[in-house]
Design a protein around this ligand. Structure first.
Ligand code: ATP
Ligand code: MG
Length: 450
């Protein structure tokens, strides 16, 4: 279908630089029924009140390719205040980039006012602001639909759809790019990445999700701008990292992030460890991401704590070695290394405490799971992180860090009846070294912070 339409435009020599291509009913795969009822209602209500309103972005892109959209976004010429007045259950969110969340039953529709370029220095700082490096710190200058289209990130994301007449407006010549499976940034790639370095992550995310390639200039510019990603606030990077990794395409995303040097900006200590020992550490991270993708594709839950525990494990191991060399006890070395790794990582990607705490418990369980004598195994099973710690142990075994006996022992133990469990525990010989009294830590023990 897409190929035919694109040929139609080429055959008829339609100008792609002036105004949008319009795809009418029958020339595209969309229909109003494929739009969520909430999004349709929002567009209809805005139109009834005399505003322009379109479905835009990923939902139109995905439906053009006959994929299921993740969410539905609306673009309009109504200002955030006007949108808010029109919908009772709505609120304006964001400062850098104001949008309105409109609640329609169980759905939340993101409504964005058309944006314009801004170069005028006299504009109020609340509306438009740039950093010395060109990054947009405030992006709230409103404009026309044409301007809005040129402010979007990629050509495939600048389709606008009007359910009322079932027409798609292709403002940035996205159709041939979709047909050739290309991600092409709109405008000058370096400038657009400078304005918002997160666009580099978005390019990689879409490439992994859709199996597309980055168009040559879109790809090449990243080598000049990747370091700018370090200037993005860590809280925003945390949200972006979750979008990159919890989407069923984490492994492909990881490889692309490394290819474009972006992984080292997001996870500097892990990248250092990977560079030092590309064998085991790489196998481990790849195995963790393969498992994550499998879980998501089979509809299972993935906790960010487990994911970060895995992504930072190579970094933790490196730090732990430093402390072990200083002759600290294993648990003390691990705790100190965990504190160090978490603190440093949060300076780049702000992982909330509700995830760093369980992440560290998963790590600590790796030292406790071998100790099963007496009542220890029974007590460990009661630990609320036991399951995650056990899964993590299996991951280390799968990646070849340790022999697989311990994981097998726990697999059998969990399903055994009480008699068999007791037998298993009785059969355990407490290793001699474990019976020794723990060496006193070389320094007074301080609480370790995130
Ligand atoms: P997804 O399927 O992940 O929702 P999406 O393309 O819809 O993909 P959103 O984050 O929902 O992504 O953004 C909606 C639209 O807003 C995008 O399609 C794009 O047109 C525009 N957009 C989002 N982020 C940016 C950005 N950083 N720079 C320019 N345009 C952006
Ligand atoms: Mg979207």
């Amino acid at each position: 279908m897409l190929k035919k339409i694109s040929k139609f435009f080429r055959r008829n020599n339609l100008d792609t630089t002036k105004g949008p291509h319009i795809l009418r009913s029958g020339q595209h795969a969309l229909s109003p029924q494929k739009i969520s009822s909430g999004a349709r209602k929002v567009v209809e209500q805005l139109s009834r009140d005399g505003y322009q309103a379109y479905l835009v972005g990923g939902c139109v892109r995905d439906l053009m390719m006959e994929l299921k959209p993740k969410d539905f976004d609306v673009a309009t010429d109504a200002t955030p205040e006007q949108v808010k007045q029109l919908f009772k259950r709505s609120r304006i969110i964001g400062r850098r980039f104001q949008i309105v969340h409109v609640r329609m039953g169980p759905e939340i529709i993101e409504v964005t006012t058309f944006r314009a370029h801004h170069t005028d220095k006299k504009i109020h700082r609340d509306k438009a602001q740039r950093s010395a490096k060109g990054m947009l710190l405030r992006d709230n200058i409103f404009g026309s639909i044409d301007e809005d289209a040129s402010r979007r990130d990629f050509t495939m994301n600048a389709f606008y759809y009007r359910p009322q007449d079932n027409s798609v407006y292709d403002y940035a010549n996205g159709l041939p790019d979709i047909e050739q499976r290309l991600i092409r940034i709109i405008g000058n790639p370096t400038d657009r990445y400078r304005e918002d370095p997160v666009r580099m992550l978005r390019a990689v995310r879409f490439a992994a999700k859709l199996g597309f390639k980055l168009e040559e200039n879109t790809a090449n510019a990243i080598s000049k701008t990747y370091q700018l990603l370090a200037d993005i606030p860590p809280a925003r990077l945390f949200d972006e990292v979750l979008k990159l990794l919890i989407n069923g395409h984490a492994l492909a995303t990881f490889h692309l992030l490394r290819q474009y040097q972006l992984f080292g900006i997001l996870f500097p200590a892990t990248e250092d460890a990977l560079a030092k020992d590309p064998g085991y550490y790489l196998r481990f991270v790849e195995q963790a991401l393969t498992n994550t993708d499998k879980r998501i594709r089979s509809g299972k839950h993935v906790t960010p704590a487990f994911l970060f525990a895995a992504l930072l494990w190579p970094a933790l191991k490196e730090w732990e070695q430093q402390y072990t060399k200083q002759d600290d006890s294993p648990i003390y070395s691990l705790q100190k290394a965990a504190g160090e790794v978490a603190t440093r990582q949060c300076q780049r990607v702000a992982i909330p405490r509700r995830f760093t705490l369980p992440m560290r418990e998963i790590w600590e369980l790796q030292l406790r799971l071998p100790r099963r004598a007496g009542s220890q195994a029974f007590r460990l099973m009661e630990n609320k992180r036991f399951r995650a710690g056990y899964d993590f142990l299996l991951l280390r075994e799968d990646a070849g860090e340790i022999e697989s006996e311990l994981g097998q022992w726990w697999t059998i133990f969990q399903d055994a009846d009480e008699g068999k469990q007791q037998e298993m525990v009785n059969a355990i010989q407490q290793p001699k070294s474990k019976r020794r009294r723990r060496k006193k830590p070389s320094q007074p023990k301080k609480p370790v912070h995130d």
